[in-house]
Design a binder for this molecule. Structure first.
Ligand code: MN
Length: 361
């Protein structure tokens, strides 16, 4: 889904590097691409499959024989077979009946199974699908040999309560392992995936930086860090690579990570306000729920309008400048005035110049 972000194209080398980083982080299965899309895409997926990564490599396909064959031509050990199940998609997009959808899904699952692939059967727009039909789709898929059902919240319309409710019901009624696939249209993608896990889902689709169509998907970093820090679970993930993969994907996708993005945004570890900087300098956990170096990032103290004397003193000390009590107060005053007048922060060079002038005076 990451590369489905409008305008994003990764080169073969970039795809491979992203796959390697995901593997180092400990992602259990990498959906490497859609081999039927183009010969170049098939080559890239094949390259990832042959790279000797620890995780499983999955290829994406529609419930169409040509797509499944394209996945079979790569070195993937797993396949995502996708077809929409909601009436709105059947009527306006696929122009197929429910029976036809079932027939296609079952025959392609059987075909892929005959060729030894691990199968995630995808119900596209599952969360707007009539439940009775979704249940039938899941149980026919299971009988045909699907290893799990991917419940796609294609439009991002779940709330945590409905996510948990739906997953619990599918598990009770059908008993097929569930993967939750959430989109972030209402900013709930990670919350909905967590609710699905609580209800018994075993897998979740994620993308780095939450890339994907429209508002994107559940993010790898959001989900992994929530499970690790908020649920306090010991998971086999190497979180120290999270910042690196985020920056690599930012650079290669050309989609900037917003400063205030959760987990990986630059402002997660940047402090300016006097009260916060004072706290963080005394004990970082006062204003950081995890340390930047845990994910491979670093902390920044910004000097500006909201700075207090602790921040300025600390910054000056790091530059080897010792200021007396009265001098420090004058420096802070000047920093605030300059920052307010210019509506921006003060850089190290400017701070140094202000401090040296005040001390000299
Ligand atoms: Mn999707």
């Amino acid at each position: 889904d990451g590369e489905q972000t409008p305008g994003v194209v990764f080169s073969d080398e970039e795809k491979l590097q992203i796959a390697r980083l995901l593997d180092e982080i400990g992602v259990q299965q990498i959906e490497a691409g859609t081999p039927s899309m183009s010969p170049a895409e098939a080559k890239a997926v094949k390259g990832i499959g042959k790279d000797g990564l620890k995780g499983s490599i999955m290829g994406w396909s529609r419930a169409v024989k040509g797509d499944v064959d394209a996945v079979l031509s790569t070195e993937c050990d797993a396949i995502a077979i996708s077809i929409a199940t909601s009436d709105i998609h059947l009527q306006y997009k696929l122009k197929m009946s429910r029976e036809e959808v079932l027939e296609k899904a079952v025959s392609m699952v059987e075909y892929a199974k005959d060729h030894g692939l691990y199968i995630s059967l995808n119900s596209e727009d599952a969360t707007r699908t009539d439940y009775v039909f979704l249940r039938e789709f899941a149980s026919k898929g299971k009988e045909a040999g699907a290893d799990r059902l991917r419940v796609c919240d294609t439009l991002g319309v779940l709330i945590p309560a409905s996510s948990g409710y739906l997953i619990k019901k599918i598990l009770q009624d059908v008993g097929i392992p569930v993967e939750i696939h959430t989109h972030n249209d209402y900013g709930l993608a990670v919350a909905n995936a967590l609710a699905a896990f609580e209800a018994g889902a075993e897998w979740a689709s994620t993308t780095v930086n939450g890339l994907g169509e429209r508002a994107g998907n559940s993010s790898l970093e959001g989900l992994v860090m929530s499970l690790t820090k908020l649920y306090n679970l010991s998971l086999p993930f190497n979180i120290s690579k999270i910042y690196e993969i985020s920056r690599y994907v930012e650079k290669t996708s050309g989609i900037p990570v917003p400063l205030n993005r959760s987990i990986v945004g630059q402002h997660m570890f940047t402090h300016e306000s006097g009260i916060h900087v004072d706290g963080v300098l005394k004990y970082p956990h006062t204003y950081e729920s995890f340390m930047p170096d845990e994910i491979g990032a670093s902390r920044h103290i910004v000097i500006g309008k909201h700075s207090g004397k602790h921040a300025v003193w600390d910054k000056l000390k790091k530059m080897g400048i010792e200021a007396g009590k009265a001098e420090l107060l004058r420096i802070v005053e000047e920093v605030k005035a300059r920052s307010e007048q210019r509506k921006s922060a003060i850089n190290n060079k400017e701070l140094k110049a202000i401090a040296e002038r005040v001390i000299k005076e």
